[in-house]
Design a protein around this ligand. Structure first.
Ligand code: FAD
Length: 405
């Protein structure tokens, strides 16, 4: 186990500076354009791929960096550039984490590289858990997976919604229920390989923020995938279902939850990137904007707002780094530390971007300045990957042991 340190080593600092350069030179200047276009910024993903910023190797290196801060540092810098483009570049990692968290070594080796494609032919991947009637309540999933023993194939039917990269992905990871009577314990994750018949994109959503990131429904109509596309394999699933049917405790982790647990600190780091970006714009503005004959920062009322913003950003980062270090070093989240980090970072991004708009006055409300976009982008961070209320539920259950609803 690596000791937790607040002092990133030379490797992490080099990665941070490299990504910051890309975020400042490539992402930030393109942010307003892609926000208006509401399209996936393929040229920027391609550029990231050419530099090695969009690749399985890069994320695997950061993910397994024993310091635990590799992923948080990478996410914070990219999302400091812009959250919509940041998510277009990193959305694939959620599907990759689903394979990593639930798949066998062979499945990881087969599917994870295909999710990213190559620098010459970049691809994206999608993780499809949410459904119209199953958002926070993952146990209510209706998408069914039925095993066709004669052909050793799984048949998937259902409609997924709000899937990042849904329908434009090369590889989709779909969470489906194998035994509806078992609720979330009867679910499993499946890889849907490129070009599989029966999978199509439904409605593409027009969103409030992170508009450069594609969000859409995914329709599964008699989708047949080979038996080896069941993540973790059939033997493991059968054993898990048998334990759940016997009512045994610890009947295995829920497939969607396993993905979210691993990804929450990373999502918190994205929120910190947005918050830091808005804070920096507001600090600069407060130093230079003169009213009543002095820079507005010389008013305690404004300076204290900035003090609170910075304090909350740093506190959020400490929670995210701790949770990420714990996850990488296999420390159990006994007090739901992953949820704590995502809850606080998400709420911080909303708070800080709202304060930043206030400090910029009328300018903050226009698209001439980036804080208006950052404020819109921040709003998703109290919703996806578990809403703030759901994070509180997870933390409350973990610290109390009580069946809080
Ligand atoms: C832009 C975007 C991208 C997304 N990307 C993905 C993706 O890639 N893959 C994927 O699978 N999903 C994705 N999602 C879905 C996202 O995870 C869900 O929207 C989220 O989990 C909330 O579900 P819901 O929208 O159905 O809200 P609901 O569950 O209907 O909740 C509505 C409100 O009720 C509250 N609430 C619900 N239950 C409780 C409770 N027990 N106690 C207290 N409050 C409660 C919630 O906190 C919320 O405020 C995405 C969503 C968006 C908007």
């Amino acid at each position: 186990m690596t000791t937790f340190s607040l002092d990133p080593g030379p490797d992490q600092i080099a990665v941070r500076d490299w990504l910051h350069g890309f975020a400042a030179d490539v992402i930030r200047p393109a942010a307003a354009e892609w926000d208006e276009r509401e399209e996936t910024p393929w040229p920027i993903i391609q550029e990231a791929a050419k530099l090695g910023i969009y690749s399985l190797d890069f994320y695997a290196q950061q993910f397994f960096d024993p310091s635990g801060v590799g992923i948080p540092i990478a996410m914070e810098e990219l999302f400091w550039g812009d959250a919509g483009i940041g998510l277009a570049i990193t959305g694939t990692t959620l599907a990759a984490v689903a394979v990593l968290a639930n798949g066998t070594d062979e499945q990881i080796g087969t599917w994870a590289p295909q999710m990213f494609g190559t620098p010459e032919d970049v691809k994206v991947a999608a993780f499809c858990s949410s459904e119209p009637d199953a958002g926070s309540d993952v146990s209510a999933l209706r998408t069914r997976a039925v095993y066709d023993e004669a052909k050793d194939e799984w048949v998937l039917n259902g409609t997924k919604t709000w899937a990042t990269n849904g329908g434009i992905a090369h590889v989709h990871v779909v969470v489906a229920t194998v035994d509806p009577e078992l609720g979330s314990r009867g679910q499993a994750s499946f890889v849907v390989p490129p070009g599989t018949k029966g999978l199509s994109q439904g409605q593409k959503f027009k969103k409030h923020g992170i508009r450069a990131s594609h969000t859409a429904e995914v329709v599964l109509d008699g989708v047949r995938v080979p038996g080896h596309c069941l993540l973790g394999g059939k033997e493991k699933l059968d054993a898990r279902l048998a334990r759940a049917r016997e009512g045994a405790k610890g009947g295995g982790r829920n497939a969607a939850m396993a993905t979210f647990e691993a990804s929450r600190p990373a999502v918190g780091a994205q929120a910190i990137g947005i918050a830091r970006a808005a804070y920096e714009v507001a600090l600069d503005y407060a130093r230079t904007r003169v009213q009543f004959g002095k820079p507005i920062i010389e008013n305690q009322g404004v300076a204290f707002q900035l003090a609170d913003m910075k304090t909350r950003i740093d506190a959020a980062r400490l929670l995210v780094w701790r949770a990420s270090w714990m996850a990488v070093n296999n420390q159990p989240f006994t007090s739901a530390e992953g949820s704590m980090s995502k809850l606080y970072a998400g709420e911080t991004a909303k708070f800080v971007t709202a304060q930043a708009m206030q400090i910029l006055g009328g300018n903050g409300y226009t698209r001439e300045y980036p804080v208006e976009r950052m404020h819109r982008d921040s709003a998703i961070y109290t919703v996806f990957e578990g809403t703030s209320e759901i994070q509180r539920l997870v933390i409350a259950r973990a610290i109390s042991g009580a069946p809080i609803r």
